[in-house]
Design a protein around this ligand. Structure first.
Ligand code: PHE
Ligand code: FE
Length: 297
């Protein structure tokens, strides 16, 4: 069980993003987008493409979640049905939002076990790359992990943690933790390294790069270190952080009081995203050749 947090105070609603008129103060849209046949076909084709690369590479909790929620039953999932099924498993629901939403609203939804998901799907022309997360990234990438009880609790705790980070003015640091776990995390399993991050699992190429390429560093997660580490949002990652298990992630974050950590952090990041430092427990040291050649550019 969890306690509903109070609404964020009205003065934090002076968010830089402009909220469309039909969207409520919590940024939820009144109804799910009605997807046409072409849009449903984009979902199906994206789904089929991922299924060619994910078995044996995605975390077992992710594969189990895909299966439990039957996300490949055809077309963009209906959020009502999805929320009912997910709710029965871990108490989470999925709510439609028009675009990236302000941080405090995002935290507030997570803290109440609601996952905000984009209410649109990319066009065929943008099949390979999108700037704003769409329903495929949000639902296919994130929702399967929410069927895992430990990960489900981590995500709720992350939402609650947002308040403290805001009070300490350390949102960027907490954002780096999200980036290197929820979006780009790797986990050790009996069969080898697997990906559990949605940013990896919702696209076709990074999962192979993250797990098999010589280029990236793979470093065991250390929360203090990760929260001091810069990140890039528009290219493959130079460094991935590895957890030993989902319970390891939970112990390092949910069970730890971040107050002292925030007090010790400077306002900016200390480490470049390519850095390997003395205290690192290194899983694989990368050649960084992809980035040394200039990356995507
Ligand atoms: N326990 C942390 C705090 O004291 C919060 C945290 C939980 C951070 C889960 C990330 C994920 O604020
Ligand atoms: Fe995401």
């Amino acid at each position: 069980g969890f306690t509903q947090l109070p609404d964020p105070s009205p003065d934090v609603f002076t968010a830089p993003l402009k909220r469309p008129a039909h969207v409520a103060a919590d940024w939820i849209e009144p109804a799910q987008h009605a997807y046409g046949a072409d849009e449903n076909a984009v979902w199906d084709d994206l789904f089929a493409r991922q299924m060619k690369v994910l078995p044996g590479r995605a975390a077992s909790a992710f594969m189990a979640g895909l299966d439990k929620l039957d996300l490949g039953r055809g077309g963009v999932p209906d959020f009502g049905r999805l929320s009912a099924e997910l709710g029965a498993l871990t108490g989470w629901s999925v709510v439609p939002v028009p675009m990236l939403i302000p941080d405090h609203v995002f935290f507030w939804h997570l803290a109440n076990r609601r996952f905000p998901a984009g209410n649109f799907i990319r066009s065929r022309e943008n099949f390979d790359y999108i700037e704003e997360p769409d329903v495929f990234h949000d639902v296919f990438g994130h929702v399967p992990m929410l069927t895992d009880p430990t990960f489900a609790d981590y995500m709720q705790a992350y939402g609650r943690a947002g308040w403290k980070a805001m009070r300490h003015n350390r949102l960027k640091a907490l954002g780096a933790l999200y980036w290197y776990t929820v979006e780009f995390g790797l986990v050790e399993e009996a069969g080898g390294l697997r990906a559990y991050g949605a940013g990896i699992l919702s696209g076709p190429s990074e999962v192979v790069f993250a797990l098999e390429a010589q280029s990236p560093n793979r470093i065991y997660l250390n929360v203090d270190r990760v929260m001091r580490t810069d990140y890039v949002i528009d290219d493959l990652q130079p460094t991935y952080f590895v957890i030993e298990s989902l319970a390891d992630l939970y112990h390092q974050t949910v069970e730890r009081d971040f107050d002292r950590l925030y007090r010790g952090l400077g306002p900016g990041f200390t480490y470049a995203n390519t850095a390997v430092i003395d205290i690192d427990n290194v899983h694989t040291r990368g050649t960084l050749e992809y980035h040394l050649r200039g990356g995507r550019a």
